[in-house]
Ligand binder design. Structure first.
Ligand code: DLL
Length: 432
């Protein structure tokens, strides 16, 4: 088993000692190896010697995605390409991708981090694991792949797509664990039902991640596929998956704190917030050589709990990400997170776990339309039933969001399905 007990159950004092020692080394490393950081650190007067306590991290300037983009493709690398053995990239919606590089040590640490998280979730060398994340520049598939091989699981690298074949193999191999985005897992489940083979699958564990998914939505996916699923968080700039993940108790995602220092900041004032506050997650990578990150602003909103977990692990736990600062919708001046809408929708059992949020502007006013799929066709002939369902959803959304929405119930299977990260927001406000 890959439970690194000595490390994963260290006292907080010990964790912080390791972090401080590594932080000093990191500042020195960045100063010497990355001209961009050398300049930034010089301008802010920070040197490794000046870092006396973990609190002193606050003197280091933040790093953002724009900094990586401005230094495209390899400008922030801490090692020459001769030492870089792997490159990944995340495709943004616009412009050039964000490129990241790994040394041999980085790949070793990445596999360790992933292995720990997979074991914490309940995976073992008994598992046959199908990886249905897309293989390629995306970090998800290869990240999980190496971590799962490390713990001795039997890895089946099916990649995403080709869903019917995916299900055939799942049935023939009696696959026990599925790695996928929750939305693709849901699609796989629906397809297996349509193929009439859902009862022939042997799935027990879902290692999900890479996109937001409320606990309510996850329950739906678990029900469809008849498995138990955990959430995994990460991003290419920080490593990929492996930054944090849920243990089998699912009360927060354990952050691999010997490799990462998390902070929570106010995204507007950029001030560090007191422990326990909700805000934007900022991460400093402590061991990465390929592309080290000093105080990277993730734009993901969460909060951190430093209490030890009942599973015995002492690494701090972050709450499930509630959204990204740039995914927050401002509707007639009111802030709305898509996850708030998802939580409301999933309470209704006559609708399928597929929805789309369409935002338009009419007469200088924003309008949010929530399109939701019906669970089956039977309701279509029952006009009053439909109206009452629509009314209840509209009422609950208004109570939670504080704004009026247009609720549209659409036919089963009429909304798009996704094989990677779901795209549920269609913002048409600036499209004219
Ligand atoms: O999605 C890395 C990853 C792969 C994580 C597989 C977990 C599993 P990127 O493509 O760079 O990397 O996207 C990073 O995805 O800033 C979040 O907004 C979002 N994200 C990732 N994991 C979660 C999660 C990978 N568990 C961006 N919950 C991040 C919510 C997530 N959002």
């Amino acid at each position: 088993m890959f439970f690194q007990k000595d490390l994963e159950t260290m006292s907080r004092q010990k964790i912080e000692e390791i972090q401080l020692e590594r932080l000093k080394k990191l500042v020195d490393y960045c100063d010497r190896n990355v001209p961009f950081y050398h300049k930034r650190l010089e301008e802010s007067g920070v040197t490794a010697d000046k870092i006396k306590t973990l609190d002193d991290i606050k003197y280091i300037p933040y790093t953002t995605k724009d900094d990586i983009r401005d230094n495209y493709p390899f400008g922030l690398f801490g090692q020459p390409l001769k030492k870089i053995v792997r490159i990944h990239a995340s495709s943004g919606t616009t412009g050039k991708p964000t490129v990241v590089g790994y040394t041999k040590n980085d790949l070793e640490n990445w596999s360790d981090c992933m292995a720990r998280i997979c074991v914490a979730a309940g995976a073992s060398d008994e598992d046959i694991v199908q990886i249905a994340f897309g293989y390629g520049l995306f970090t998800g598939a290869l990240g999980l792949h190496y971590g799962l091989e490390k713990i001795g699981a039997t890895v089946v690298p099916t990649s995403s797509g080709n869903t019917e074949k995916q299900i055939m193999l799942m049935q023939d191999f009696q696959t026990t664990a599925l790695v996928a985005t929750p939305s693709y897992a849901q699609f796989i489940g629906e397809t297996a039902k349509e193929m009439g083979v859902i009862d022939k699958l042997n799935l027990k564990l879902g290692l999900f991640g890479s996109e937001g998914c409320t606990t309510e939505m996850r329950s739906q996916v678990e029900k469809t596929l008849n498995l138990f699923a955990t959430d995994n968080y990460g991003m290419s700039e920080l490593m990929g998956p492996g930054v944090s993940g849920e243990c089998h108790l699912r009360c927060g995602l354990h952050i691999n704190e010997d490799h990462f220092i998390p902070e929570i900041i106010d995204p507007k004032t950029l001030e560090v917030l007191p422990r326990g506050s909700q805000g934007e997650l900022v991460i400093t990578t402590l061991t990465k050589e390929g592309i080290p990150m000093l105080r990277y602003r993730t734009k993901d909103i969460t909060k951190i709990n430093y209490e030890p977990c009942e599973c015995g692990r002492t690494f701090a736990r972050m709450e499930k990400v509630m959204g990204r600062t740039d995914d927050m919708l401002k509707i007639r001046g009111v802030n709305v997170f898509p996850s708030q809408i998802e939580s409301v929708l999933m309470r209704f059992d006559k609708i399928a776990p597929h929805y789309q949020l369409v935002i338009t502007r009419e007469n200088f006013s924003d309008r949010l339309e929530v399109r939701i799929e019906l669970a089956d066709e039977s309701l279509l002939d029952n006009y009053s039933g439909l109206e009452s369902l629509r009314g209840s959803i509209h009422h609950d959304l208004k109570t939670v969001l504080g704004i009026d929405t247009k609720v549209s119930l659409v036919e089963h299977k009429s909304l798009e399905r996704f094989q990677g990260k779901a795209k549920r927001i269609v913002d048409l406000r600036n499209s004219k």
